[in-house]
Design a protein around this ligand. Structure first.
Ligand SMILES: *[C@@H]1O[C@H](CO)[C@@H](O)[C@H](O)[C@H]1NC(C)=O
Ligand SMILES: *[C@@H]1O[C@H](CO)[C@@H](O)[C@H](O)[C@H]1NC(C)=O
Length: 460
């Protein structure tokens, strides 16, 4: 039996603000992004879900489940469903590895190589890059653990009062997670240590696709023998909100690239001064478009799902990061050699033309993209089959207790060996202090004797 309740509403309505022009979020610090978007939005969405009539009706019914699957993204209150149904909990993330995920299952943090997905540090492995990462991780961790989780617990008290008093703390609930599915893959994302109950299912939405292009787009792409450039800033960032002078720069560049067909996801009916090689639509079937062999370049904001579609199909990128994890995704692609990042503020006719031409005129970007595509697909089984296997595995093995990190039942100082290190440190200090004392008294004893000998000599 399947039942699908869609909680559908626009985020900004619920955090009580107007929808901002998302391009302005380029300026936002990671701290502000958390405060104003992630935490505010997470609480609003969780409340919207728990207060939904359909959800309330559903929770009243006497259902039984073998497993509860939750997204891990600022809606911890919903983990209580695993408790309610006495079923193991599996979490899925639309991101790759990050502090929150590692803390949840007590996987090592690896802060030197796992950078918070929302930080845009230019050199993550430099001293300052790692320093910023540690600072931000501490900031996020303490606010999340001591403030955000409490807010989520209040929502459970309000909407699920019948179980609110018995349910373990969210911290305990999430430490007890049976399976964590991460939308990453080491063929693209940095290789990290993962516990056996963390599985990488990067590109899971790409495993099965039997959709084909609508006839008009198919013809358009087939006819574009010199190549196609596809532009989309995703669903949250609206291309049509781009400031006029930047739009004009884009148009000038398109005119100079006249042999290419250009598809631009543009959310408005009007488009003044449209060059003949430009096709705009409010929506494009992106996944199917990027499969087409005539696509030469994807100009993207670097959202992870679109990036994975580009990686899967071996398409080089020009990335204009706007907010959230976009900069980091693009940075990895740039370091891998199939992407060029162009800062939003740096966009003008010349920079845009040069960056696009750099990629179109040098084969290395396309070759690298194809190479990464090959290794992204080179797995024992598809991402979707991997996810299905482990979900069924956890159900078969009743939550697979033995896959969970035993460290989760220890104190934080014990699991981090702090007590042992502290004892060794203390013992070393005692030994050193004792040695220093002994040497000092030996020395003063010796010099005392010397003085005595000297004085004796003088008298003599
Ligand atoms: C919960 O839903 C009801 C309607 O079903 C609405 O009147 C109420 O304002 C909602 N509460 C919150 C806090 O959103
Ligand atoms: C932890 O999960 C297991 C199933 O994997 C369950 O049997 C157990 O009750 C859970 N413990 C807590 C404290 O929730």
């Amino acid at each position: 039996m399947s039942l699908y309740i869609l909680i559908n509403n626009f985020l900004f309505l619920f955090i009580g603000t107007e929808r901002p022009n998302v391009f302005n979020m380029v300026e936002m610090s990671a701290e502000d992004f958390y405060k104003h978007v992630l935490w505010a939005g997470g609480l609003a969405y969780t409340e919207l879900t728990l207060n939904s009539t359909d959800v309330k009706e559903f929770l009243k019914k006497d259902n039984k489940f073998d497993l509860v699957i939750n997204e891990q993204f600022f809606q911890e209150a919903l983990y209580t469903l695993a408790y309610k149904y006495n079923a193991p909990l599996a979490l899925v993330s639309t991101f790759g590895n990050c502090m929150r995920h590692n803390v949840v299952v007590r996987n090592p943090l690896q802060l030197a190589t796992v950078t918070s997905e929302y930080l845009d540090v230019r050199e993550p492995s430099s001293f300052w890059g790692r320093f910023r990462n540690l600072y931000f991780t501490a900031y996020e961790y303490f606010w999340w653990k001591f403030w955000y989780l409490k807010k989520q617990e209040e929502l459970v008290k309000k909407y699920l009062p019948e179980i609110a008093n018995d349910v373990p703390s969210f911290y305990t609930l999430q430490n007890n997670v049976s399976l964590f599915m991460s939308n990453s893959h080491f063929s693209f994302d940095p290789a990290t240590a993962l516990l056996p109950n963390i599985v990488e299912i990067g590109g899971v939405h790409l495993s099965k696709s039997n959709a084909s292009l609508p006839a008009d787009l198919q013809k358009l792409l087939d006819d574009a023998k010199d190549g196609v450039i596809y532009i989309s800033f995703g669903s949250n960032v609206k291309s049509s909100e781009i400031p006029l002078e930047k739009k004009k720069d884009f148009i000038k560049v398109f005119k100079r690239l006249e042999k290419y067909t250009i598809l631009w996801k543009w959310e408005d009916d009007h488009f003044e001064d449209k060059p003949p090689n430009l096709v705009t639509r409010k929506w494009f079937p992106q996944k199917e478009i990027l499969v087409h062999p005539n696509i030469k370049l994807f100009i993207s904001h670097g959202g992870l799902i679109g990036m994975q579609e580009a990686i899967f199909n071996g398409i080089p990128l020009v990335g204009v990061p706007v907010y959230a994890d976009q900069y980091n995704n693009l940075l990895i692609a740039e370091q891998a050699g199939f992407c060029k990042i162009l800062s939003y503020h740096d966009i003008n006719e010349n920079t845009l033309y040069n960056t696009v031409s750099e990629i179109l005129n040098h084969n290395s970007y396309m070759e690298k993209a194809k190479e990464v595509s090959r290794r992204f697909k080179d797995r024992p089984m598809s991402a979707l089959d991997t996810a299905m296997f482990w979900i069924e595995y956890v159900i078969r093995n009743k939550g697979a207790e033995y896959m969970k990190n035993p460290a989760r039942n220890m104190n934080w100082f014990a699991s981090n060996m702090i007590d042992v290190y502290a004892t060794i440190l203390l013992a070393s200090i005692i030994v050193i202090v004792a040695l220093v004392k002994i040497i000092k008294s030996l020395l003063s004893f010796l010099s005392l004797n010397k003085i005595k000998i000297n004085t004796k000599k003088k008298i003599a």
